[in-house]
Design a protein around this ligand. Structure first.
Ligand code: FE2
Length: 595
């Protein structure tokens, strides 16, 4: 059985699945070079149609039953342009009046009912019709083959499929939490292992969304919503004394709370509609770091209270978490330290784009096809050495290009450079899907001196002054770099490979990885590497270890500030030539700039 799973809108992508196996996940941004491309994945679908015969596809899945609009090929700039036209401004004006009334008159049910009627009965059918017409027109796909999968079940099944949790034969709590999807922002499922069945036991509406609260505070702080939430999290660590933010925290508590009886979040304001009115009322005049610290602590406390309550009620201590809220590595750190939890599984890169995995899982399960655990993020583009050689022919006069027949000779050269504090970019094997580099499209640096932090930032990354870099460390160094590793490792082992979790660092880590930890609270968010995960990259780290007696390096994604993580050969090479990078290894070719 062949399935194409489509996630449209923000960070659009397509997954290809055959007989229970995930064969590839391709993000639209790798083709358009627009970070988190918002749109229908036209280019990714076209690329896949060149590899697989679309006629042989059994099902197309699309994330979410409610489709509020058809994004076509719009980028965020187009959306802003549309909003600035006469018609767009009129529409915004009318919407604002309606939303303002809704807020001022006190969240009356009638406003919500009208809004939902519009979303369910007008917006969704229109959007679905356009998606179906597009698929029929461009690929001859009939409507009957298209399945819309419930948003939060998609998230839950993603973690289930990714880690192969069905094989554990244990009951598991699946908790999803994001901004919103299909009218809700969170759901809890009890997975009954003996019946292989997901029972939904609680759900919280998007009108009381903790994810939207965080996103709207990101917007309030002048950062990009749905993109810069990690910057708010990074900033929060700079205000570590609660006396500075307690008053904001207490105000948030008045508006948002957990009803422990129903396991449902409630709020006095609608987070989808009127939260900005509230934020302007309570946060104007407050310092940016203080606001960040308050919302970060608030989210951590509420989510932990939620998880603890559901564990107490069900007695199930194995927990799997997914949805955009769990991209917050500081929150995940706190969850991993919870004594109530026996094992926890965080979906790597748990935004909506990962839901393609869960959507495919739903169809495979309905057809009794066994799920082969995905367990890898290396599912993007790949190139042979001869393809790289052909690509580089036109650049021979401009750059120094060395080819290494034997990979070990390349590893020697790269690790010599890194030992001597040169920064080296790598493009090797299949590209990563999701938000993070796991060393196949990466910039590596010797992290033992803070100068690496500044060099990488100046030559390419241009990060905000408070944002940290992260390391990749060898598994057998984890106990030397991570505090309480012995206590944590069994609980979080599976999730430790994807930079999805924060940890407290040891003094040795603060020395060896000085440039790749958070500069204020000294936490680190590592990829913990074992040979079985990526033998090629493991060899580089082992050789670096031999030469430096250190077990990790800075690993930051191969991209120029504001552009996507590279996936294609063109993206990797363009990142090299348009930045201050001096070295890049494209498979077994090492390219350097002429001095
Ligand atoms: Fe979601």
């Amino acid at each position: 059985m062949k399935i194409l799973a489509i996630y449209p809108t923000h960070n659009a992508n397509v997954g290809v699945f055959v007989d229970g196996k995930c064969e590839g996940i391709y993000h639209e941004e790798k083709f358009s070079n627009k970070k988190h491309h918002l749109g229908w994945p036209h280019r990714a679908l076209k690329y896949i149609s060149g590899i697989y015969s679309i006629n042989e596809i059994d099902y197309i899945t699309i994330t979410s039953e409610q489709q509020y609009y058809y994004p076509d090929d719009r980028y965020i700039d187009d959306v802003i342009k549309e909003q600035s036209t006469y018609k767009g401004r009129l529409l915004e004006w009318a919407k604002n009046i309606y939303y303002r009334l809704w807020y001022v008159l006190g969240n009356y049910k009638i406003f919500g009912d009208v809004f939902k009627y519009y979303l369910h009965n007008i917006a969704t059918p229109n959007a679905k019709k356009q998606m179906e017409l597009t698929l029929e027109k461009e690929y001859g796909i009939k409507k009957e083959k298209i399945k819309y999968i419930e948003h939060h079940l998609g998230h839950a099944l993603t973690t289930h499929y990714f880690y192969g949790l069905g094989q554990l034969k244990k009951d598991i709590l699946y908790i999803t939490m994001d901004g919103l999807g299909d009218d809700y922002f969170s759901r809890i499922y009890h997975y009954h292992s003996n019946e292989d069945n997901f029972e939904m036991i609680a759900q919280s509406p998007f009108s009381a969304s903790l994810g939207l609260l965080y996103t709207e505070i990101t917007r309030f702080l002048g950062m990009k919503p749905n993109e810069h939430e990690y910057k708010v999290m990074g900033l929060a660590a700079y205000v570590n004394n609660s006396k500075y933010y307690n008053h904001i925290y207490k105000m948030l508590e008045k508006y948002f709370w957990l009803d422990k009886n129903t396991l449902t979040f409630k709020s006095k304001v609608n987070t989808f509609i009127s939260i900005q009115y509230l934020l302007r009322k309570i946060l104007v005049g407050e310092r940016f770091g203080t606001i960040s610290a308050a919302v970060q602590k608030f989210i951590e406390d509420k989510v932990i209270e939620y998880i603890k309550t559901v564990i107490d009620k069900t007695g199930i201590k194995n927990v799997a978490l997914s949805g955009g809220v769990f991209m917050n590595v500081k929150l995940n750190k706190k969850i991993s330290e919870m004594e109530d939890i026996e094992k926890v599984y965080f979906q790597p890169s748990s935004g909506d784009d990962s839901s393609v995995i869960g959507c495919a899982a739903k169809i495979f399960r309905e057809n009794n096809i066994e799920l082969i655990p995905v367990k890898t993020m290396y599912l993007g583009h790949s190139y042979s050495n001869s393809e790289v050689g052909d690509f580089l022919e036109r650049y021979e006069d401009k750059y120094c290009i060395d080819y290494f027949e034997n990979s070990n000779d390349l590893y020697e050269k790269i690790t010599d450079l890194l030992k001597n504090f040169e920064i080296v970019a790598l493009h090797r094997g299949r590209g990563e899907w999701g938000a993070r580099s796991l060393c196949n499209r990466t910039i590596l640096g010797n992290a033992s001196d803070l100068k690496t932090f500044h060099e990488v930032n100046d030559m390419i990354k241009m990060r905000d002054f408070w944002m940290p870099f992260a390391p990749t460390i060898l598994f057998h160094w984890a106990d030397r770099y991570i505090k309480n590793w012995d206590m944590l490792k069994n609980k979080i082992y599976d999730s430790s490979k994807y930079m999805i979790l924060g940890f407290d660092s040891t003094e040795l880590a603060q020395k060896h990885l000085r440039a790749a930890i958070h500069q204020k609270d000294k936490t680190l968010r590592p990829q913990i590497l074992e040979e079985k995960d990526n033998p090629d990259i493991f060899n580089i780290f082992k050789l670096y270890e031999k030469k430096t007696d250190m077990g990790g390096m800075m690993n930051t994604s191969l991209n120029i500030h504001g552009y996507p993580l590279a996936g294609t050969l063109e993206q990797s090479f363009n990142t090299f030539i348009n930045s201050g990078l001096k070295y890049i290894a494209l498979e077994n070719y090492l390219i350097s700039k002429k001095t």
